[in-house]
Design a protein around this ligand. Structure first.
Ligand SMILES: [Zn+2]
Ligand SMILES: [Zn+2]
Length: 236
């Protein structure tokens, strides 16, 4: 914040409840929202995907499904007030949220202590990006430049436009998704440890498809961070 802003602070509002904040902060969250937001726990979680679990080191999904990423963590559970914020960011052009949500990702990344070579935002198909006008995952990733991490948008591309996903069966959707990503520049990721960034982790199929494609393309390891994780039936 520069001197002018100290004298005449901008109208800074909490990104969740719109309450005015006394001054700018990295996350633009008021104390009250910080207290009530569904931050993901760091204990009693699946070591792979970060879901709360009481049944051991891995949740049922990670036990059953082949996971091609080392670890995934989310900042929040996808519930309560954060849903609106994410929906606005993703579908209602609320691009101003990107730096604040991105800072939450950087904060989580630092807490996890992962060491990576580069950040890759989950790509959108170019037609989808044209429709939306932006790739929300790339916008979230931009904050990692502040901690001197390279953002790579050229190695991994999305080759399928998934409008017809809804008419496919579960198994077909998965196959379709697996074939949706392609490494077009293997040199850039060879032997690298990669951090994937996306907004929401639901079943993990998208992150998993990206991780699998990157590993096959020569990446050493893949980690993943998202803003929200949908809580399925892990609490068993
Ligand atoms: Zn608030
Ligand atoms: Zn898991």
């Amino acid at each position: 914040m520069d001197f002018w802003n100290l004298l005449f602070p901008e109208n800074i509002k909490c990104i969740i409840c719109n309450d005015e904040l006394p001054c700018d902060n990295d996350f633009c969250l008021c104390e009250d929202c910080v207290k009530h937001l569904p931050f993901m726990p760091s204990d009693n979680i699946c070591l792979k995907c970060g879901a709360p679990t009481k049944s051991g080191n891995y949740c049922l999904h990670c036990k059953q499904a082949g996971r091609h990423f080392e670890k995934h963590r989310s900042v929040f559970a996808y519930s309560g007030e954060i849903i609106n914020t994410i929906q606005n960011f993703k579908y209602s052009n609320a691009k101003y949220l990107a730096p604040y949500l991105g800072n939450l990702l950087v904060d989580k990344f630092k807490k996890e202590g992962w060491v990576v070579d580069m950040v890759i935002p989950v790509p959108l198909h170019e037609m989808r990006e044209k429709e939306r006008g932006y790739n929300q995952s790339l916008m979230l990733s931009r904050q990692f430049e502040k901690i001197a991490l390279e953002i790579n948008t050229t190695a991994l591309v999305r080759t399928k436009y998934l409008t017809q996903q809804a008419i496919l069966t579960g198994k077909e959707r998965l196959t379709n998704l697996k074939q949706s990503f392609k490494v077009v520049n293997k040199k850039e990721i060879k032997g690298k440890t990669i951090l994937l960034i996306d907004d929401i982790f639901t079943t993990g199929n998208t992150i998993n498809a990206c991780a699998s494609t990157l590993r096959k393309g020569g990446a050493k390891e893949v980690y993943a961070l998202t803003i929200c994780k949908t809580l399925l039936d892990e609490l068993i």
